[in-house]
Design a protein around this ligand. Structure first.
Ligand code: MN
Ligand code: MN
Length: 316
């Protein structure tokens, strides 16, 4: 057992108390921890419905239901990892450039201490700030991107920084390794064939939702691992990768997506990958009446924590 872990549920019910991620201690430390959960409640760079600024608080609330032991990976996260809820990055609504700087300054001390950040968005624009911080530590990284959208537009409304552009900007800024980036689940109507081609021209492998449904989880896992090639990986998960039937609480829903089961199975295909940071973005609790989207988000993050624990258990 490490220094920081959730309290036992035998002392008080899990729905009681002040909500942090998985009821972890809220401690702003970079010492004695393997991972830190951080909110980035920024949503003024999105094209359609706003509300992801409330994503982190909704994920924290939903996450109280989760437990520590993963029956598929056969590991208790906190037997091997120590983790905290690090609070939120101080974002500036409407000022994306300052917000990016704040993301970098909050994540840098964690990364410098070898701590893995688990970031809760926020809209997908925030990932560029995270990648700037991660690349300072690791150099350009491989990218594992779950989404129904490529997010590689040249600009949106003439703006460079938007939730439709982060991966093009990241490539331009040299934060990613072309040839070792993969997006899975891309679907929906587009403006033209250039949308997909634009991502491919940047050196990103695109697996459309249709292709992914046809090939299945195991084959997709092979392609993902082949592309990531054992390099340090940034894992970014836009909740709209999942079908609206599983994840209705997001701003740009796309039918024809993936079940929560498929999403979790795909994450487990990454159990031997060197994931150095993760984010989970685009949860909009105001249109998530049952809380199912926020809970799915917390379960997906929990799955990656279990993968990191298993790796530590196996001496990796
Ligand atoms: Mn996205
Ligand atoms: Mn999306």
């Amino acid at each position: 057992m490490g220094k920081y872990f959730p309290p036992s549920a035998s002392g008080a019910p899990r729905y009681s108390g002040i909500k942090t991620f998985m009821r972890l201690p809220y401690v702003k430390t970079t010492e004695d921890i393997d991972f830190a959960v951080i909110g980035v409640p920024f949503d003024t760079a999105c094209n359609f419905k706003v509300g992801a600024r409330l994503g982190p608080s909704s994920i924290r609330e939903a996450s109280a239901l989760m437990k520590n032991y993963n029956i598929n990976l056969e590991v208790n996260i906190f037997d091997y990892l120590s983790g905290v809820d690090y609070g939120d990055v101080p974002v500036i609504p409407g000022d994306i450039l300052q917000t990016y700087d704040n993301i970098v300054s909050e994540l840098t001390p964690l990364l410098d201490n070898g701590v893995m950040p688990f970031v809760m968005g926020g809209d997908h624009s925030i990932t560029l700030g995270e990648l700037r911080a991660v690349a300072k530590k690791y150099g350009p990284v491989a990218l594992m991107h779950f989404d129904s959208h490529s997010d590689t537009s040249v600009s949106v409304y003439g703006q460079k920084y938007n939730h439709g552009t982060p991966f093009r900007r990241a490539m331009e800024e040299g934060l990613l390794q072309p040839g070792h980036c993969i997006q899975v689940g891309i679907r929906g109507t587009q403006y033209g064939p250039e949308d997909l081609q634009g991502a491919r021209d940047l050196g990103i492998k695109v697996v459309t939702a249709n292709e992914l449904h046809k090939m299945g989880v195991e084959k997709a896992g092979e392609i993902m691992r082949e592309t990531l090639d054992g390099r340090p990986v940034f894992l970014t998960f836009d909740i709209d990768f999942c079908d609206p039937s599983c994840a209705p609480g997001t701003g740009t829903i796309e039918p024809g997506g993936f079940t929560s089961y498929e999403a979790l199975s795909l994450l487990r295909e990454l159990k031997d990958e060197n994931i150095v940071a993760m984010d989970l973005v685009e949860v909009l609790p105001t249109i998530d009446p049952s809380g199912q989207t926020a809970f799915l988000a917390s379960v997906l993050m929990n799955e990656v924590m279990a993968i990191k624990a298993l790796q530590k258990k196996n001496g990796k």
